[in-house]
Design a binder for this molecule. Structure first.
Ligand code: ADE
Length: 451
C-alpha cells in the first residue's frame, strides 16, 4: 500500500500526534484541516481532522459538539466516514477518521460530467439512507455539500463531517454573506432566514441540490451575485434540463420546496416511485464496545490526556530534501516521477527549478495574481486563494518549495480546496506563466536554456 505522506512528511519532517504520524494534507475546510495519518504501531491508515479548540470555545458549543461527537462515535454506517477516536492538545482537537481512498465524489462529476440517471439514483439512495440513519439518532449535518462527499475504494459514497453541524449552523447564522462558510448553493432557505428550523428537512434540501447536480452536471441555483442567489433559493426557482425523466423532476419538486413544512420527508421519499427503484437500504452493524472517555477528555480542565504535536523546527530556508528522501519518495527507485508536471490523483503537481527559491516564490506570486488569486506567504510555503467563488466555493491552492541542492528545487502545487476542473484550468495557465523558471515538467524535457 502506498504511503500518502506529502513531501514534508516523507523527507524526515514528520509530525506526530499521539500514536499517529501525520502526512499530506487531504483537505482544508471552513473550520478544519484534514491530514493523512498512519498509526505508528499498527500501520493503519487514517484521516485526522484538526480543529482549533478556540473555534468551539468561542462559539460556546462545547456541550453540543461533545454530544454530537459522542453520537458519531456510536454511529456505524457504510456510507458515513467512521469516527474512531478523538484526541486533544492544549489548543487543538484531533478527530481520527476512517481513511477513504476514492477521492472527492464531485471530482468524478468534474471529470466525467453528469451521471446517467440510474447511477445518480444509486448514489442518492446511499446519501438518503445515511442521512436518515444519522437523523434517527438525532444528528443533523446542516452543511451537506460536495466537499463532504467522498468515495471509498469500492466506489461507494461516504459522507464526512457529521457531528460538527453546530459549527456549520453558527457560520450561516453569523456571517450570512461572508466567504468563510464556503458555497451557499446547497443550503436550505430556512437555514439562512429562520431562527430555529428542522435539521432533517434542511439536510433533505441539500440532498436535493446534490441530486440535481449529479444528473445535470450544473447547479440548480446559480448566480454571480450572492444576494440574487439567495433570492432564487428562497423562491425555489430552478429549471430542470430536458434530459431529466418526469419521475426525477417530480421528486426534485417535492424536495426543493422552499417551504420546509411542505417538503418531503424520508419516510415519504421511500414511497416515491423514482426513488424506490432498486433501493437497498444498507445493512447495519452495531459495535457494543465503544468507549466515550476520549470525547469527555477533550475539554476537561485536566491536561493529563493531552497529546503533543511534535514537529521539527522550521528552518530559515526551504525544507531540504536529500538523495535518500528523493529516492524513497519514488517507488522502484524511479526518479522520473519527480520531474513530471503531472496530476497526481488530480490534485497535485510538481516541477523542478534551478532558480533561487526566493525567485521561484516571487514568480509564482506574480503569475497567480493576474489569474485572480490572492497570495499568502509563509517562509517557502504559499497559499493562493481564488478571489471569485467557483463551483465548489473558493479555489485554494497550496504550494511549497523544497531544496534538493543549493541551486536545485522541487516545487509542489496542490489543490487544497475547491473544484478539480477549475484547478486543472488554473494549472494550465499557471505553468504557462512559470515557464521561465521551470526546469523540467516532463522527464528529460528542458523548459528553458538557463539550466
Ligand atoms: N478528506 C477529508 N476527509 C477524508 C477522509 N476521511 N479520508 C480521505 N480523505 C479525506
Amino acid at each position: 500500500m502506498s504511503d500518502e505522506g506529502s513531501l514534508s512528511c516523507s523527507f524526515g519532517m514528520k509530525t506526530r500526534v499521539g500514536m499517529y504520524e501525520l502526512g499530506r494534507t487531504l483537505g482544508e475546510g471552513t473550520f478544519a484541516k484534514v491530514k493523512y495519518a498512519k498509526h505508528m504501531r499498527t500501520g493503519g491508515q487514517y484521516a485526522i481532522k484538526i480543529l482549533e479548540k478556540e473555534t468551539i470555545l468561542k462559539n460556546k458549543m462545547v456541550e453540543l459538539i461533545k454530544r454530537e461527537i459522542s453520537t458519531m462515535k456510536l454511529v456505524k454506517h457504510p456510507n458515513i466516514v467512521q469516527l474512531h477516536e478523538v484526541m486533544a492538545s492544549k489548543t487543538k482537537v484531533y478527530f481520527v477518521l476512517e481513511y477513504v481512498t476514492g477521492g472527492e465524489f464531485f471530482d468524478k462529476i468534474s471529470q466525467q460530467g453528469r451521471l446517467p440517471e440510474a447511477e445518480a439514483r444509486k448514489y442518492f439512495q446511499q446519501l438518503i439512507n445515511a442521512v436518515d440513519y444519522c437523523h434517527s439518532r438525532g444528528v443533523y449535518h446542516r452543511d451537506l455539500k460536495p466537499e463532504n462527499l467522498l468515495l471509498d475504494a469500492d466506489g461507494n459514497l461516504k459522507i464526512s463531517d457529521f457531528g460538527l453541524s453546530a459549527l456549520s449552523e453558527q457560520c450561516w447564522k453569523d456571517g450570512l454573506l461572508h466567504t468563510t462558510c464556503g458555497t451557499p448553493n446547497y443550503v436550505a432557505p430556512e437555514v439562512v432566514y429562520e431562527n430555529g428550523y428542522d435539521g432533517a428537512k434542511a439536510d433533505l434540501w441539500s440532498c436535493g441540490v446534490i441530486l440535481f447536480v449529479l444528473m445535470a452536471g450544473f447547479l440548480p441555483f446559480e448566480e454571480n451575485n450572492v444576494l440574487q442567489l439567495y433570492k432564487k433559493i428562497r423562491k425555489g426557482e430552478y429549471v430542470c434540463p430536458s434530459w431529466f425523466s418526469s419521475g426525477a423532476q417530480n421528486l426534485l419538486k417535492k424536495i426543493l420546496n422552499p417551504s420546509a413544512k411542505q417538503r418531503i420527508t424520508v419516510a415519504q421519499m421511500v414511497d416515491d416511485p423514482w426513488f424506490r427503484e432498486g433501493y437497498k437500504p444498507a445493512k447495519l452493524t452495531v459495535d457494543e464496545n465503544i468507549n466515550l472517555d476520549d470525547v469527555d477528555a477533550i475539554f476537561s480542565e485536566s491536561n493529563a490526556h493531552f497529546v503533543v504535536e511534535k514537529r521539527r523546527t522550521q528552518v530559515s530556508g526551504p525544507t531540504p530534501l536529500n538523495a535518500f528522501d528523493l529516492i524513497s519518495f519514488c517507488p522502484g527507485l524511479n526518479l522520473s516521477g519527480l520531474f513530471e508536471m503531472k496530476q497526481e490523483a488530480n490534485q497535485e503537481t510538481r516541477f523542478t527549478s534551478k532558480h533561487p527559491a526566493h525567485e521561484i516564490i516571487s514568480k509564482m506570486e506574480e503569475t497567480a495574481k493576474p489569474l485572480g488569486f490572492s497570495v499568502e506567504k509563509h517562509h517557502y510555503k504559499m497559499t493562493l486563494r481564488g478571489v471569485k467563488t467557483g463551483r465548489k466555493g473558493y479555489l485554494f491552492i497550496a504550494t511549497e518549495v523544497f531544496e534538493v541542492a543549493p541551486s536545485f528545487f522541487v516545487v509542489e502545487v496542490r489543490k487544497a480546496c475547491g473544484d478539480a476542473h477549475e484547478y486543472h484550468k488554473f494549472c494550465q495557465s499557471f505553468s504557462q506563466g512559470l515557464k521561465d523558471i521551470v526546469w523540467q515538467t516532463e522527464a528529460g524535457k528542458d523548459q528553458q536554456s538557463s539550466g
